[in-house]
Each structure stands twice: as structure tokens, then as C-alpha cells.
Design a protein around this ligand. Structure first.
Ligand SMILES: N[C@@H](CCC(=O)N[C@@H](CS)C(=O)NCC(=O)O)C(=O)O
Length: 195
């Protein structure tokens, strides 16, 4: 049962794992505070809350820390019953959504990271691989949501994913994404030269 609550999300706005949690909170209409973490200089609280992986996101609900974005998403779904369910009722559809979410997590992000860390032929290869995975993901999504995504406001209305109010609200401007990706690439290339 949802009780009087204080919800704090430790993260970074650009992290896709943090986005997963933010989207879940927004869909449920759960208010939360956002604490922007500096991953190069992790604060003692983050290390205390996530001593195993020392990663974001961390969600703190009434003082209790939760880690790992999928586990947090499920916790949010099971705790705040006031908003719409995050996963469909049909077990087959749920399983399909879980499959694609884990594909995105394990394969797509991995290919994306490889692409941003490599140069020349290795990068060309990584880009091809990334496009292949993107195509698989897109086809999977089209199949799964033939008529669009159910609106979080009215489950019967189907809307394209970019039109969802929550997607618009959490949208990050293209220039900011590009600048951050360039920075990440510089850092990744520098650390691969240093090692
Ligand atoms: N499996 C984790 C992955 C989280 C993750 O990789 N977070 C990154 C930011 S996008 C992080 O905290 N990196 C810091 C580090 O690796 O030290 C989840 O789903 O929550």
C-alpha cells in the first residue's frame, strides 16, 4: 500500500537506466526528488546505498534504498497501485515486453558502448552491429505495439511512443545528448590509451 512517502531518485538525467525509473514514476504519478550524481566522484551516500555495484539509479523510498533499474521498476509497479499498471495483464505480452527490455539492456546498450569506444575499422564494425540490433529492436517493437503504445491516461487510446506525455516530459534535447556522447567518447578513448 502506498503510504505517506518520500521518494528520492539518485541518478543522472542522461542515463537510460535512470530514465527507466523516471518513466515508471511519472506514469504512476509518484512525486520524487532527483539527486544528480557525479559518477567520477561518487558520494558516500551512493556508495552506502549501492555497496555492491556502486551504480545509479538508486531509489530511496522512505529511507529504504533500492537498486537495479528492473527491480526498481517492479517495486514501483507493486507499490503505487493508484497509477496504471506498467506491464500488460496478459502473461504472454508481459513476457514479450520483458524479453525486449532485456534485449535493450544487454545487447543494444552493449553495442552502443562498443561503438562509442572504438575507432576506424573497429568502429565501423561496431556501427554495423548497432544498426542490426536497432533494426531487430524496432521490428520487435512494431510487432508488439502494432497500433502504438497504450496511453497512460486512457488505456484504450493508442499513441506513438514519442507522443506519450511522459516521453515528452523526460525528453532530452538532441544537442545535449550529442555533447554528452562526444564527451563520453573522449573519456573512453582516453582511458583505453592510458591502459
Ligand atoms: N544494471 C544496472 C546498470 C546501471 C548502470 O550501469 N549505471 C551506470 C550509469 S548509466 C553507472 O552508474 N555507472 C557508474 C559506474 O559504472 O561506476 C541497472 O539496470 O540499474
Amino acid at each position: 500500500m502506498a503510504e505517506e512517502t518520500r521518494v528520492i531518485l539518485h541518478g543522472r538525467r542522461l542515463s537510460p537506466y535512470v530514465k527507466r525509473v523516471e518513466i515508471a514514476l511519472k506514469i504512476k504519478g509518484t512525486p520524487y526528488e532527483f539527486v544528480e550524481e557525479d559518477l567520477k566522484n561518487k558520494c558516500p551516500l551512493l556508495l552506502k546505498y549501492n555497496p555492491v555495484h556502486k551504480k545509479i539509479p538508486v531509489l530511496v523510498h522512505n529511507g529504504k534504498p533500492l537498486v537495479e533499474s528492473f527491480a526498481i521498476r517492479d517495486y514501483i509497479d507493486e507499490t503505487w497501485k493508484t497509477g496504471p499498471e506498467l506491464l500488460p495483464e496478459d502473461p504472454y505480452k508481459r513476457a514479450q515486453i520483458r524479453f525486449w527490455a532485456s534485449f535493450l539492456h544487454q545487447h543494444f546498450f552493449e553495442a552502443w558502448i562498443l561503438m562509442s569506444k572504438t575507432k576506424r575499422e573497429a568502429q565501423e564494425k561496431a556501427i554495423k552491429e548497432l544498426y542490426k540490433k536497432l533494426k531487430l529492436l524496432e521490428d520487435g517493437m512494431k510487432d508488439l505495439f502494432r497500433d502504438g503504445i497504450p496511453s497512460s491516461v486512457d488505456n484504450k487510446i493508442k499513441v506513438p511512443i514519442n507522443e506519450l506525455p511522459v516521453a515528452k516530459e523526460l525528453h532530452i534535447p538532441h544537442e545535449i545528448v550529442v555533447t554528452s556522447v562526444k564527451l563520453l567518447r573522449e573519456l573512453a578513448l582516453k582511458s583505453s590509451v592510458d591502459t
